[in-house]
Design a protein around this ligand. Structure first.
Ligand code: IMP
Ligand code: MG
Length: 185
């Protein structure tokens, strides 16, 4: 059977693999051990910033061997394509009071830093017992506001990337690795 035109277009835009499934797995194991040791049994609430961090959250939570709960918040900072709007919009807020928890914000990528700077203050103002940020990817050279995550698994150059939760126009989140997105083909 011939491939559908959508499938051909979809595949053409998947570029070089920057981080393999295996590399992600190894770094998540280390991050999980670090987080488990850091809190040493105290109540952890992992807060995934949707949608990008849903895959990372699923794997990171399973690498933590300490009591932890999960919660979700949906924030939009990109309205379409590969360009940041610079505005953060809370589409869905947390379902609970964070003041009884040591909160760990779980993010897919820190780019300009605007989203996390905003969310860190928003959640911090609700008085969690402590607040840390773990990000899968960090594009340090793109930062426009001052923000440093507590734990960062991979530092990457200024490429637009897809896969492992990260999208371009809502697609490619289901790729099991991180690849470069081909803007020009
Ligand atoms: P920031 O506010 O500029 O730091 O942007 C953070 C958000 O932009 C992330 O949570 C992602 O959803 C999105 N983003 C930034 N860079 C990329 C990328 O290379 N691929 C896909 N999404 C990205
Ligand atoms: Mg995101």
């Amino acid at each position: 059977m011939e491939k559908h035109a959508n499938q051909i277009e979809y595949e053409k835009r998947i570029g070089r693999v920057l981080i393999t499934e295996q590399e992600i797995k190894e770094e998540i194991k280390k991050a999980g051990e670090k987080i488990s040791a850091l809190y040493d049994g105290r109540p952890i609430l992992l807060v995934a910033i949707l949608k990008g961090s849903f895959v990372f959250m699923a794997d990171l939570s399973r690498a933590i061997n300490a009591p932890c709960e999960v919660a979700f918040m949906c924030a939009q900072s990109y309205f379409s394509g590969t360009e940041s709007s610079g505005k953060v919009n809370i589409v869905m807020d947390l379902d609970r009071d964070v003041s009884k928890y040591h909160v760990v914000i779980v993010e897919d990528i820190v780019d300009t830093g605007r989203t996390l700077k905003y969310l860190h203050k928003l959640i911090g103002d609700r008085n969690p017992l402590s607040l840390h940020v773990v990000t899968l990817l960090d594009k340090k050279e793109r930062r426009v506001v001052d923000f440093t995550p507590d734990i960062s698994l991979f530092e990457i150059p200024d490429y637009f990337v897809i896969g492992y939760g990260l999208d371009c126009d809502e697609k490619y989140r289901n790729l099991p690795y991180i690849a470069e997105y081909k803007v020009n083909i």
